[in-house]
Design a protein around this ligand. Structure first.
Ligand code: URA
Length: 214
Protein backbone atom coordinates (compact mmCIF):
# COMPACT_ATOMS: atom_id res chain seq x y z
CA UNK A 1 0.00 0.00 0.00
CA UNK A 2 1.55 3.33 -1.02
CA UNK A 3 1.17 6.51 0.99
CA UNK A 4 -1.27 9.15 -0.30
CA UNK A 5 0.45 11.83 -2.36
CA UNK A 6 1.95 14.52 -0.22
CA UNK A 7 1.58 17.41 -2.65
CA UNK A 8 4.85 19.20 -2.18
CA UNK A 9 6.81 17.03 0.21
CA UNK A 10 9.20 16.18 -2.60
CA UNK A 11 9.06 19.50 -4.44
CA UNK A 12 12.40 21.24 -4.12
CA UNK A 13 11.03 24.30 -5.87
CA UNK A 14 8.59 25.58 -3.30
CA UNK A 15 7.31 24.04 -0.11
CA UNK A 16 5.92 27.20 1.42
CA UNK A 17 3.78 28.33 -1.47
CA UNK A 18 2.19 25.38 -3.29
CA UNK A 19 0.89 26.28 -6.76
CA UNK A 20 -2.90 26.64 -6.67
CA UNK A 21 -3.44 25.50 -10.25
CA UNK A 22 -1.80 23.94 -13.29
CA UNK A 23 -1.03 27.25 -14.96
CA UNK A 24 1.02 28.37 -11.95
CA UNK A 25 2.71 25.00 -11.87
CA UNK A 26 3.43 25.20 -15.62
CA UNK A 27 4.99 28.63 -15.19
CA UNK A 28 7.25 27.34 -12.43
CA UNK A 29 8.21 24.23 -14.37
CA UNK A 30 9.20 26.39 -17.34
CA UNK A 31 12.19 27.58 -15.35
CA UNK A 32 13.23 24.14 -14.07
CA UNK A 33 16.97 23.52 -13.96
CA UNK A 34 16.85 20.48 -11.66
CA UNK A 35 18.79 18.37 -14.19
CA UNK A 36 21.03 19.21 -17.13
CA UNK A 37 18.45 18.44 -19.85
CA UNK A 38 17.17 22.03 -19.94
CA UNK A 39 20.47 23.17 -21.50
CA UNK A 40 19.98 22.11 -25.06
CA UNK A 41 16.22 22.01 -25.52
CA UNK A 42 13.48 24.46 -26.50
CA UNK A 43 11.96 24.22 -23.04
CA UNK A 44 9.98 22.26 -20.49
CA UNK A 45 7.19 20.32 -22.21
CA UNK A 46 4.48 20.51 -19.58
CA UNK A 47 1.32 18.38 -19.54
CA UNK A 48 -1.76 19.38 -21.45
CA UNK A 49 -5.48 18.69 -21.17
CA UNK A 50 -8.45 19.51 -19.00
CA UNK A 51 -7.42 20.46 -15.44
CA UNK A 52 -10.08 18.14 -14.00
CA UNK A 53 -9.52 15.22 -16.37
CA UNK A 54 -10.59 11.83 -15.03
CA UNK A 55 -7.85 10.14 -17.04
CA UNK A 56 -4.16 11.07 -16.95
CA UNK A 57 -1.73 9.46 -19.39
CA UNK A 58 1.97 9.54 -18.56
CA UNK A 59 4.60 8.97 -21.25
CA UNK A 60 8.37 8.87 -21.03
CA UNK A 61 9.67 12.21 -22.27
CA UNK A 62 9.01 14.61 -25.13
CA UNK A 63 10.54 13.70 -28.49
CA UNK A 64 11.94 15.98 -31.17
CA UNK A 65 8.54 17.20 -32.39
CA UNK A 66 7.21 17.65 -28.85
CA UNK A 67 10.23 19.75 -27.96
CA UNK A 68 9.83 21.92 -31.07
CA UNK A 69 6.07 22.34 -30.60
CA UNK A 70 6.26 22.44 -26.78
CA UNK A 71 3.38 19.99 -26.34
CA UNK A 72 3.28 16.30 -25.37
CA UNK A 73 2.56 13.49 -27.85
CA UNK A 74 2.25 15.57 -31.02
CA UNK A 75 4.80 13.60 -33.09
CA UNK A 76 4.64 10.09 -34.61
CA UNK A 77 4.06 8.33 -31.26
CA UNK A 78 1.28 10.81 -30.50
CA UNK A 79 -0.41 10.10 -33.81
CA UNK A 80 -0.34 6.37 -33.10
CA UNK A 81 -1.65 7.00 -29.60
CA UNK A 82 -4.53 9.03 -31.10
CA UNK A 83 -5.34 6.21 -33.51
CA UNK A 84 -5.38 3.63 -30.69
CA UNK A 85 -7.45 5.86 -28.39
CA UNK A 86 -9.93 6.34 -31.19
CA UNK A 87 -10.22 2.60 -31.69
CA UNK A 88 -10.59 2.06 -27.92
CA UNK A 89 -13.34 4.70 -27.73
CA UNK A 90 -11.36 6.90 -25.33
CA UNK A 91 -11.41 10.63 -26.07
CA UNK A 92 -7.94 12.17 -25.95
CA UNK A 93 -9.46 15.62 -25.49
CA UNK A 94 -10.93 14.47 -22.19
CA UNK A 95 -7.56 13.24 -20.92
CA UNK A 96 -4.61 15.11 -19.41
CA UNK A 97 -1.39 13.99 -21.12
CA UNK A 98 2.05 14.42 -19.62
CA UNK A 99 5.47 12.80 -19.31
CA UNK A 100 7.67 11.40 -16.54
CA UNK A 101 10.50 13.62 -17.82
CA UNK A 102 9.66 17.03 -19.22
CA UNK A 103 12.73 17.85 -21.29
CA UNK A 104 13.89 16.02 -24.43
CA UNK A 105 16.96 13.84 -23.84
CA UNK A 106 18.84 13.26 -27.09
CA UNK A 107 22.17 12.94 -28.83
CA UNK A 108 23.12 14.46 -32.17
CA UNK A 109 23.66 12.26 -35.20
CA UNK A 110 24.81 14.83 -37.71
CA UNK A 111 22.07 17.42 -37.49
CA UNK A 112 19.43 14.95 -36.33
CA UNK A 113 18.44 14.74 -32.69
CA UNK A 114 18.17 11.09 -31.67
CA UNK A 115 16.11 10.07 -28.63
CA UNK A 116 18.02 8.78 -25.61
CA UNK A 117 16.25 7.00 -22.77
CA UNK A 118 16.19 9.26 -19.71
CA UNK A 119 18.37 8.22 -16.80
CA UNK A 120 17.16 7.55 -13.27
CA UNK A 121 18.49 10.97 -12.20
CA UNK A 122 16.37 12.74 -14.85
CA UNK A 123 13.25 10.88 -13.71
CA UNK A 124 13.97 11.67 -10.07
CA UNK A 125 14.63 15.34 -10.77
CA UNK A 126 11.34 15.65 -12.68
CA UNK A 127 9.18 13.64 -10.28
CA UNK A 128 8.01 16.63 -8.19
CA UNK A 129 6.37 18.14 -11.28
CA UNK A 130 4.54 14.91 -12.06
CA UNK A 131 3.44 14.48 -8.45
CA UNK A 132 2.18 18.05 -8.40
CA UNK A 133 0.29 17.61 -11.69
CA UNK A 134 -1.39 14.47 -10.34
CA UNK A 135 -2.25 16.11 -7.06
CA UNK A 136 -3.90 19.05 -8.86
CA UNK A 137 -5.74 17.06 -11.56
CA UNK A 138 -6.73 14.23 -9.16
CA UNK A 139 -7.60 11.74 -11.91
CA UNK A 140 -9.59 8.62 -11.34
CA UNK A 141 -7.44 6.58 -13.71
CA UNK A 142 -3.75 6.86 -14.47
CA UNK A 143 -2.37 5.20 -17.59
CA UNK A 144 1.39 4.76 -17.83
CA UNK A 145 2.78 4.41 -21.34
CA UNK A 146 5.96 2.35 -21.47
CA UNK A 147 8.58 1.09 -19.04
CA UNK A 148 9.99 4.48 -18.06
CA UNK A 149 6.63 5.87 -16.91
CA UNK A 150 5.79 2.56 -15.20
CA UNK A 151 9.09 2.48 -13.33
CA UNK A 152 8.85 6.19 -12.49
CA UNK A 153 5.61 5.57 -10.59
CA UNK A 154 5.84 1.91 -9.53
CA UNK A 155 9.54 1.51 -8.91
CA UNK A 156 12.39 -0.28 -10.62
CA UNK A 157 10.89 -3.74 -10.06
CA UNK A 158 8.06 -2.89 -12.50
CA UNK A 159 8.03 -5.30 -15.47
CA UNK A 160 5.98 -4.12 -18.40
CA UNK A 161 5.42 -7.48 -20.13
CA UNK A 162 4.14 -9.14 -16.96
CA UNK A 163 2.12 -6.22 -15.59
CA UNK A 164 0.63 -4.40 -18.57
CA UNK A 165 -3.13 -4.14 -18.78
CA UNK A 166 -3.56 -5.05 -15.10
CA UNK A 167 -5.27 -2.29 -13.10
CA UNK A 168 -4.02 -1.69 -9.56
CA UNK A 169 -4.82 0.75 -6.76
CA UNK A 170 -2.21 3.49 -6.58
CA UNK A 171 -2.68 6.32 -4.11
CA UNK A 172 -6.27 7.46 -4.68
CA UNK A 173 -6.28 6.35 -8.29
CA UNK A 174 -6.40 3.21 -10.38
CA UNK A 175 -3.22 2.80 -12.38
CA UNK A 176 -3.15 0.82 -15.62
CA UNK A 177 0.28 0.23 -17.16
CA UNK A 178 0.64 -0.34 -20.88
CA UNK A 179 3.31 -0.28 -23.57
CA UNK A 180 4.63 2.87 -25.21
CA UNK A 181 3.25 3.64 -28.69
CA UNK A 182 6.85 4.01 -29.94
CA UNK A 183 7.36 0.30 -29.26
CA UNK A 184 4.68 -0.38 -31.88
CA UNK A 185 6.30 2.04 -34.33
CA UNK A 186 9.58 0.16 -33.86
CA UNK A 187 8.01 -3.34 -34.08
CA UNK A 188 10.61 -5.68 -35.57
CA UNK A 189 9.30 -8.85 -37.25
CA UNK A 190 12.83 -10.31 -37.06
CA UNK A 191 12.37 -10.30 -33.28
CA UNK A 192 8.93 -11.89 -33.51
CA UNK A 193 7.11 -8.56 -33.10
CA UNK A 194 3.94 -8.18 -35.11
CA UNK A 195 2.81 -4.58 -35.44
CA UNK A 196 -0.89 -5.39 -35.79
CA UNK A 197 -0.85 -7.70 -32.80
CA UNK A 198 0.96 -5.09 -30.71
CA UNK A 199 -1.49 -2.42 -31.77
CA UNK A 200 -4.46 -4.66 -30.87
CA UNK A 201 -2.93 -5.35 -27.43
CA UNK A 202 -2.37 -1.65 -26.89
CA UNK A 203 -5.99 -0.87 -27.79
CA UNK A 204 -7.14 -3.60 -25.38
CA UNK A 205 -5.14 -1.99 -22.54
CA UNK A 206 -6.58 1.44 -23.39
CA UNK A 207 -10.07 -0.09 -23.24
CA UNK A 208 -9.29 -1.44 -19.76
CA UNK A 209 -8.44 2.10 -18.68
CA UNK A 210 -11.47 3.58 -20.47
CA UNK A 211 -13.86 1.08 -18.87
CA UNK A 212 -12.65 2.12 -15.41
CA UNK A 213 -13.84 5.69 -15.96
CA UNK A 214 -17.23 6.18 -14.40
N1 URA B 1 7.02 9.96 -26.35
C1 URA B 1 6.68 10.23 -25.06
O1 URA B 1 6.87 9.43 -24.16
N2 URA B 1 6.12 11.40 -24.82
C2 URA B 1 5.88 12.31 -25.75
O2 URA B 1 5.36 13.37 -25.42
C3 URA B 1 6.24 11.99 -27.08
C4 URA B 1 6.81 10.81 -27.35
Amino acid sequence: MTEPLDLFASDPTDTADPPPDLETLRARAAGCTACELYHDTTGTVFGSGPPQARLVMVGEQPGDQEDRQQAPFVGPAGRLLDEALDEAGVARDDAYVTNAVKHFNFRYQGKRRIHETPKAGHIKACRPWLDAELALVKPQVLLTLGATAGKALLGSSFRITAERGEPRAWNDMTLVPTIHPSAILRADPARGQDRDEMFAGFVADLKVAGDLLS
